[in-house]
Ligand binder design. Structure first.
Ligand SMILES: [Zn+2]
Length: 276
């Protein structure tokens, strides 16, 4: 990324990603969220990376589990822990509470904090040059559940992500792409870029490969939650001509109803796409 740092992907649990950002100049590492510390510590050991920093996006257990695990091993003390200012009591080791407009620093790197609520109150994202670490706010082809909401807040979060340069790399916290795209296809079956993405993602998953990071440009072209101007999505959600926040809310409700999951790949028209 940008010549200043590398981002390493460490899969954990069933579908979580632990992201490890390493400053090229100093070799210092910052971990973004994670359910546990084991894979992170082995990776740092094997590659001579000095972990100095934790960046938490929100308080769900599979994101602050890494803090708890590091604490249990006596390794959290001494680390710089950035996290949501709203959750000082709930993020283990949090010693740098941050929110909208604040900066984070480690090694020779500097990033910025956006308040990106909707999934959870206090949820923040980190922007480092051309890389976005967005926790559960935005996923490849989807977005997080609205635990705190309201939908308008999550819509504003996604609309703001959409203003980033299209080449911005998106490091979200889960491998949910296949399920997300199955829903996307159910509401926008005339999107040719989506069809191409489905072909690619099904191929990658069959090989056991991750489909994250994604980019803002790819999300703008294929993610139904930021495509509120799509006529097909408006039709599918009975919101033709409605306010974008309402279209988003209806799209989220429709996905939450999970009817698309009842269809096989064949019935959903996905098999036909793969055979193209
Ligand atoms: Zn979450």
């Amino acid at each position: 990324m940008s010549g200043m740092f590398d981002v390493h992907q460490l899969p954990a649990w069933r579908d979580n990603f632990i992201w490890l950002i390493v400053c090229r100049e100093t070799g210092q590492g910052a971990v973004v969220d994670g359910p546990e510390a084991g894979p992170l510590l082995s990776y740092c050991d094997a590659h001579g990376i000095k972990l100095t920093t934790v960046l938490n996006t929100h308080t769900h257990h599979d994101h602050i589990g890494v803090n708890k695990d590091l604490a249990k091993r006596g390794l959290l003390e001494g680390l710089t822990v950035y996290g949501p200012a709203l959750d000082v009591e709930r993020v283990p080791g949090l010693n740098r509470p941050v929110s909208e407009g604040d900066s984070v620093e480690f090694g020779a790197l500097k990033g910025h904090v956006w308040l990106t609520e909707g999934h959870l109150d206090g949820h923040i994202s980190y922007l480092l040059d051309d890389a976005l670490f967005c926790g559960d706010a935005l996923f490849a082809g989807g977005c997080g559940y609205l635990f705190d909401g309201p939908p308008a807040k999550q819509h504003a979060t996604l609309a703001r992500f959409a203003t980033l340069p299209p080449e911005t790399a998106v490091f979200c916290a889960h491998e949910y792409t296949q399920d997300n795209l199955r829903f996307a296809w159910a509401v926008e079956p005339d999107n040719t870029e989506l069809a191409a993405r489905i072909g690619d993602v099904w191929k990658q998953r069959a090989l056991g490969r991750a489909t994250v990071p994604t980019t803002i440009g790819l999300e703008l072209a294929t993610n139904p939650f930021i495509r509120t101007d799509s006529g097909s999505i408006q039709l599918a959600t009975s919101t033709v001509g409605a306010h974008p926040a309402e279209i988003f809310a209806a799209t989220r409700r429709l996905k939450d109803a999970k009817a698309y999951r009842a269809l096989s790949d064949e019935e959903a028209g996905i098999v036909a796409l793969l055979e193209r």
